[in-house]
Design a protein. Sequence first.
Length: 217
Amino acid sequence: MTSRTMLTLGALTILAAVGPAGCVSEAPGPLAMNDQELEAWEIRLVEFRIDKNEAFMDSTQTALRVEDLPGFEGLNYYFPEKGLRYRLPLEPVTGGRTVELTKRKGSTVPYVLKGKVTFAHEGKNHTLSVLGPADPKDGDYLWLPFYDATSGEETYGGGRYLDLELAADGTVEVDFNFAYNPLCDYNPEKYNCTLPPAENRLPFAVRAGEKLFHAHE
């Protein structure tokens, strides 16, 4: 019979299955938050969206087309979904494998595979690749592009992006509420955005974060 042990990773409680060799453990589920933490998270999310809307309203830095700027009142977002916020270990990969990603207009761009993250959603484990720049002049950052079941319907067909930050304990916060659209969604003539790798396609609908800029009629 399989026993279960509660493991604590920071504020995150992970339910792990301990059993015979070869048994797959349940990955971390959504990050647990008390009332105070929930309020602080919601405020941070609202401030993030306000700041981005204000930047898009500024004609000197906006990604919008000139014809879309008049009357712009803000981007389209899902309501906050606390069940799509995770604190996950970044599983390292050896060798610094280079991944060639395709851009929307057909060219390719190299990235380095920095690691993997695995999380549980509705009883199933899902793993996504985390990437970083291949060229040192582009700095050093962690980037998670992904598709999900809303891509091309409620959200941009070329996927959405998440920016990650590695904590001292080796974990990253993967909060799909901060998922944002590539610039191609706002101005496809000007921008040539990078598409997520094929393995970063989630089979369920991630109804969190940014929606399509121009919703379907």
